[in-house]
Structure formats: C-alpha cells, structure tokens
Ligand binder design. Structure first.
Ligand SMILES: Cc1cc2nc3c(=O)[nH]c(=O)nc-3n(C[C@H](O)[C@H](O)[C@H](O)COP(=O)(O)OP(=O)(O)OC[C@H]3O[C@@H](n4cnc5c(N)ncnc54)[C@H](O)[C@@H]3O)c2cc1C
Length: 338
C-alpha cells in the first residue's frame, strides 16, 4: 500500500505552487484509497501547518529551527530527508519551487529512491500511481510509472487548482534533524523592483507582445516609444505576465530600436517557454505555429492583430480582434485606470 507525503519549505503561509502540490497529493491519495501526511520545514512551520489544518492529512510533521528558514542546499536537503524518513512515505510530492527543485534529486538518493521533476499530472490506475511529463519541447506527453520507492516528485505550477480550505490548529509532530553544518548564509536578496519584474508565473493573464509593435504603422510612422508606454502601463495596471514572440526579442541583437524591457526570457514558443496562465492576450503578433505552440497550456486565448488572415484566425485563438492594438490598448488602459 502506498503512503504519501506532501513536502514543502515554509516561509510563512504556503505559496500557491505549494497549495497546488498539496491538492495534487490529496487527490492522488484519494484515487489510491490511501492517506497522506504533510511535512514542513522552516523557522516557524506551525503557521503554515495551521493554514492547511483542514486538508485531511493524517499527520503534520515539521522540522523547526532558525537554520531551516533560509534557502540553502545543506539544510533543505537534511530537513526533507528527515521528514521523508519519519513519514515512511513511498511517494513524496513537493512544489516545483527553487528550493525543492534544487534538493529533490539529492533527497531521493539519500532515501534510496528515485526522483522526477516537471511532473504535470498524477493519476492512479489499478492501484498503481503514474505521473505525466512533457518531452521534446512540450510536444509529446509521457506517462511514467516506477517500481522504486520512495518516488520523489516535483509538481509543476498551474496544473491543479490550489488547495483551498479553512485554517485551524494543526497538531504538529516535531521531527529531529541533525545539524547539517551551516556554511553559507543568505545576507540579502537583490531582485528587480516589482514593476521591472515582468515574468509573473502566478499571474492570471499572459500578455504577449509581437514584432508589430515596432513596425511601421498604417500612417507610415514607427511608434516604439508609444508602444513601450502602452505595454508598461498595461502591465502595471493589470499585473499580467509579459511574454513575447521571438521576432521581437531578436530585434535587440539586430540593433533595431525596440522595447528595452524585453529579453529572451520573455520568449514564448517552440524555442521559448510554455507558460501556464488562465488567460492569454496576444498583441501585434502573427500567430505562427512556432510561437503558438508555446500557448498550449493557456486556458482562454485572445489576440489583437491588424491581419484578419493571421494564424490566430485559423483556429489558434478563441477570439481574434481585427483591430489596431495601439488604439485598443489605449482604451483598455484608460478603463483599467478608472
Ligand atoms: C525553428 C524555429 C523556432 C522558432 N521558435 C519561436 C519561438 O519560440 N517563439 C516565437 O515567437 N517564434 C518562434 N519562431 C519564429 C516564428 O516562426 C515567427 O517568425 C515569429 O513568431 C513571428 O513573430 P511576430 O508574430 O511577432 O512577427 P510578425 O510575423 O512580423 O508579425 C507581426 C504582426 O503584427 C501585426 N501588427 C502590426 N501592427 C499592428 C497593430 N498596430 N495592431 C495589431 N497588429 C499589428 C501584423 O499584422 C503582423 O501580423 C521560430 C521559428 C523557427 C524557424
């Protein structure tokens, strides 16, 4: 009989990605007709445990200590290993956050098990758990089973609704974890200001910019500065995540005046990313296959293009607005600002 452990570092309340992994663990336990427990580590994991107290876990295990608050391989791996051993779980499920992604292979090795990352689905068939993963740049989906245990997994964000339930008081069982020998300290975090951080995996909306923003417009003018302002205003007002076509990010390298806040990290498509958002809005983009293949996991797709015969019109979008994106986004921004 399988036993399941949901595992996560806790930095205050659990992240959306962690709550999605929790929902996935619970669903797998239900499908297998088994129970699941929760394992958390941090300087005060009780608060995170209380936030999910009603998730129907049979046990809440926690490694607690100031040294487990910071993201650090040695302490994260030691805590996860201790929780894995204490739970005796055969399947260990965590969120695809940077901390869990970094240590899961090491933790699986220490526990004598196997690890798989980028898991996009968990299911049970005839009492056997199976995972889904995408291969070959998200073109082929594979379903895998393994006989080795524990099976240590990192679940992608956006593949399941986040667990949502009433908080309470969880009866947390402390788990001892031998000092891992702290040799490095996080002395601070240098991150771009919130407004400069344009890639937001948790945003509901993906906003994609295409090369059309920098092209000569029907009145014969190039309006890159106006484009820049419209796009940044929209991102500020909507908190959407910014994606781009390859043509637009490539313009940087070609020395053409372009949108300064874009780089290859924003590129969506066959040679870019395959983000997961509830909705997507494409602007000034032609909707060619190498780009739209990156939209495979976007729930509802809309596009604004001047070209009524573009790829979006041929089954790639749910709604295509044949319109001038400059005019549409100006109006949208004005409405949002209200
Ligand atoms: C091997 C390979 C891999 C690739 N990988 C990727 C990838 O990962 N991602 C990717 O994006 N591409 C990729 N491409 C490139 C892809 O095929 C297209 O060339 C690219 O997506 C086109 O970008 P675009 O639509 O922004 O530009 P364009 O094709 O130049 O289209 C611009 C569009 O903007 C519209 N437009 C102009 N002004 C306005 C306006 N005012 N309002 C509304 N619409 C307007 C025009 O009508 C036009 O449809 C790849 C290509 C190859 C060969």
């Amino acid at each position: 009989m399988e036993t399941i452990l949901f595992l996560s570092p806790s930095e205050g309340a659990l992240s959306k990605n962690a709550l999605e992994a929790l929902a996935t663990a619970k669903q797998l336990a239900d499908s297998l007709g088994t129970t699941f427990s929760v394992g958390l580590w941090g300087d005060a994991p009780q608060a995170a445990a209380d936030g999910i107290a009603s998730c129907s876990a049979t046990k809440f295990l926690a490694v607690t200590g100031a040294e487990f608050a910071q993201s650090r391989y040695a302490t994260d791996a030691a805590a996860a290993e201790a929780l894995g051993r204490a739970s005796g779980a055969t399947i260990i499920i965590g969120p695809s956050c940077s901390r869990w992604n970094r240590v899961l292979a090491g933790v699986a090795h220490r526990l004598g098990g196997r690890a798989d990352s980028h898991v996009t689905g968990l299911s049970a068939s005839n009492g056997a758990p199976a995972i889904a993963r995408w291969y070959y740049r998200q073109r082929m989906e594979g379903i895998l089973t393994r006989t080795q245990r524990p099976w240590v997994l990192a679940v992608e964000s956006g593949i399941a609704p986040a667990w949502d339930g009433a908080p309470g008081t969880a009866a947390v069982e402390p788990v001892a974890c031998a000092s891992a020998g702290v040799r490095s300290n996080v002395t601070g975090i240098e991150a771009p200001a919130a407004d400069q951080q344009t890639i937001r995996p948790d945003a509901e909306l993906l906003f994609v910019t295409g090369a059309g923003w920098t092209k000569k417009q029907p009145d014969g003018q190039v309006k890159t500065e106006a484009a820049q302002k419209l796009i940044l205003d929209f991102l500020r007002l909507s908190r959407a995540s910014l994606g781009s076509t390859k043509s637009l990010v490539d313009l940087h390298g070609e020395g053409v005046a372009t949108l300064t806040f874009l780089n290859h990290m924003n590129q969506v498509g066959q040679t870019g990313s395959t983000p997961r958002h509830v909705k997507g809005l494409s602007t000034c983009c032609h909707g060619e296959e190498p780009h739209t293949v990156g939209w495979r996991f976007i729930g509802e797709r809309r596009a604004i293009s001047l070209d009524a015969g573009c790829g979006w019109a041929r089954g790639k979008a749910d709604v295509l607005y044949v319109a001038d994106a400059f005019a549409v986004m100006e109006k949208v921004n004005a409405l949002l600002a209200r």
